[in-house]
Write a protein that binds this ligand. Structure first.
Ligand SMILES: [Zn+2]
Ligand SMILES: [Zn+2]
Length: 638
């Protein structure tokens, strides 16, 4: 890394002290109008302001937490005073701090505390031996009551039964959490503790898998996970705060300075509020409040109350509501709601159209009311059926309320009907995409392609088509949905850019030479805007963030290479040198080292290599996070 050491910065400041001394002697006039000095100046770089005119600059000056000058090195020179910290960029790139519009920091933090299999594709036998050799011997305070939890199980093609998991323990409850957050596998003791029997109905929004005799197999999909998760003792508030701090530090190491928590629970809100109060948050948090589709006055009032509670908080807002309208598309879960049935192993249509988890009339009333109350609505949607229904609901809201200025978002958009592409622009609905996933891998190729109609597969993560139809694309990681061995947060704005542009898999040789719907590729302009100014607009914070302009907050990222100059297949290698939040350097690559690495990673990695029989590639693993409703209402019939 070629960035100047702190010593050089100090030397620069010292050299400039002379100029300031002249000012003190009353020679100001010779130097022109000297403004109040900046606290931080960076110059000699490639500054991509992302403003409306696409201005390029070389220097930025910051005073306190605001940007006071943007322009050439000469333009900012007069802002340098005796105590100004000067960063000589030496050609490095500067962008607005990245905004991750769909992430689950607190939920992901909880996973940091669990024994992880890092999304590596494994059999249940592998996981049993991993648990016995690498999890249980390292447990802190084991007790007969304590849950054994394994995180980040790759669900693509994974099969496990209660009997399999009894091999981990037949006396303690065991739960395996799918990395997609939509899947969970438990043992007999866990089923008993949760009271799940053949007589238990499927909960709204979820499915309990059953064998030929109607007995639960231990596989729980979507909201059925809540039956078990709701009885697992929660982390202590202190542990949650400490783990969330780790998660947010990881995000800052990727240049992220604002997040939208895409399923904010009360625990998450309490965590952010405590960190904000302790001045340790160092992140702008827009909470998208977890809710369920239902025309329920008490729920509207609960949401309004939370929003009011956070009004006036400097870093935390809660003016968005998150719902989820279907599950996931991958075999064997297949709960994403589709217009055409899933196919069987012979390519023949089955009876399965996915999980139709809502009533369209109720959805319309719910979205209309939230829109009227001033909430932006943010929805998880994978299947084309759900996205169509959601656009209908937003259309209903617009017809009833007019243009309220809310900025609704549909997240994921794995399969979209081409007829719906123009409706995003027409209705002002943002396309919240996780473009890191737009590549050929075991999910898209192995667990989806054979099981859906080819004309649907043509429009997997259709970013190019959406953009061509005028939609605004915004970027999100959906962390902790992705993990790789040794890298707990591989889905970054830059790795997403690489996938979005190349639609190719750089991690796994098995997919070399393939692309995923290359017609859907977008450009570096699109992806960088998706993580900066467009994201800021979607989150209603474009007046203060999202571009580098005088008067905006000083949230900035310094990259070792200019993403516009790098070959798209090398974007993964672009490194964040510094992240500046609110005018302060909150991540410095030179000094960060491995501070955020998990202590057990190396040990676990050795085992994972042994289990998978080869050096695991840095493979992408993903799906959707643990979006489990807090209250499970049993379905009356079925
Ligand atoms: Zn999510
Ligand atoms: Zn989701």
């Amino acid at each position: 890394m070629k960035r100047p050491a702190l010593g050089q910065r100090s030397a620069t400041a010292l050299a400039l002290a002379a100029a300031t001394a002249l000012t003190a002697l009353g020679l100001t006039a010779c130097l022109g109008d000297s403004p109040e000095p900046a606290t931080l100046v960076m110059r000699g770089g490639r500054v991509h302001t992302m403003d409306a005119r696409g201005t390029q600059a070389t220097a930025v000056a910051v005073r306190g937490n605001h940007i006071v000058a943007v322009g050439s090195d000469a333009d900012v020179y007069r802002y340098i005073g005796a105590r100004t910290q000067v960063i000589e960029l030496q050609g490095h790139a500067v962008l607005p701090g990245f905004i991750d519009t769909h992430i689950h920091p607190v939920m992901g933090a909880e996973r940091l505390a669990q024994c992880s299999v890092d999304g590596v594709q494994l059999t249940v036998a592998d996981i049993v031996s991993y648990a016995l050799a690498d999890c249980l011997p390292f447990e802190q305070n084991p007790s007969p009551e304590k849950w054994i939890q394994i995180a980040n199980v790759n669900p693509a093609g994974f099969v496990a039964t209660t009997t399999d998991l009894d091999q981990i323990s037949s006396t303690r409850p065991v739960a395996l959490h799918g990395i997609d957050g939509h899947t969970e596998w438990v043992n007999h003791v866990a089923l008993q503790r949760a009271g799940i029997t053949a007589a238990t109905p499927d909960p709204v929004g979820g499915q309990i898998e059953r064998d030929a005799n109607g007995e639960p197999t231990g596989f729980l999909k979507d909201d059925a996970q809540g039956l078990v998760d709701s009885i697992i003792p929660p982390l202590s508030a202190d542990d949650r705060i400490a783990l969330t701090a780790q998660a947010l530090a990881l995000a800052r190491s990727h240049g992220i300075t604002s997040v939208q928590d895409a399923w904010a629970s009360q625990e998450a809100l309490d965590t952010y509020e405590a960190m904000e109060g302790a001045r340790t948050l160092d992140m702008r948090v827009r909470a998208s409040l977890m809710s369920t589709i239902g025309d329920d006055e008490a729920e509207y009032q609960r949401l309004i109350g939370i929003r009011a509670h956070f009004a006036g908080h400097p870093l935390v807002r809660a003016d968005s509501v998150k719902i989820f309208s279907d599950g996931v598309i991958e075999y064997p879960t297949q709960t994403a709601a589709m217009t055409k049935p899933y196919l069987d192993a012979n390519g023949q249509p089955t009876a399965n159209l996915g999980g139709r988890y809502f009533d369209t009339a109720v959805l319309g009333r719910y979205v209309t009311r939230l829109d009227k109350e001033g909430f932006s609505v943010h929805v998880h949607s994978i299947g084309d059926y759900t996205t169509h229904a959601l656009l209908d609901a937003f259309e209903t809201a617009k017809a009833a309320n007019g243009d309220t200025g809310n900025r609704h978002e549909i997240a994921h958009l794995q399969i979209v009907d081409p007829a719906d592409f123009p409706r995003f622009a027409q209705l002002g609905v943002y396309a919240n995409m996780q473009l890191f996933w737009a590549l050929p891998d075991e999910y898209s190729i192995d667990a989806v392609q054979p099981f859906i109609a080819p004309d649907l597969f043509r429009y997997m993560y259709p970013a190019g088509s959406l953009k061509a139809a005028g939609a605004t694309i915004i970027g999100g990681s959906d962390w902790p949905v992705d993990a790789m061995p040794g890298d707990p947060m591989p889905n970054t704005p830059l790795s997403a850019a690489q996938s979005a542009i190349t639609r190719a898999n750089p991690f796994e040789p098995a997919y070399a030479g393939m692309t995923l719907d290359i017609e859907e590729a977008v450009t570096i302009d699109d992806v960088m805007a998706a993580y900066t100014i467009n994201a800021a607009r979607a989150l209603k914070q474009d007046a203060t963030t999202g571009s580098i302009e005088v008067g905006k907050l000083a949230d900035l990222v310094i990259l070792d290479q200019d993403p516009w100059q790098v070959d798209p297949t090398a974007l993964l290698g672009v490194t964040v040198l510094d992240t500046i939040f609110d005018g302060r350097i909150v991540h410095d690559a030179a000094s960060a080292g491995a501070a955020t690495a998990k202590a057990r990673t190396l040990h676990a990695l050795a085992t994972l290599k042994r289990l998978s029989g080869h050096e695991p590639a840095k493979r992408p693993t993903r799906d959707h996070t643990n979006e489990v409703h807090p209250a499970i209402v049993p379905r009356a019939t079925r």
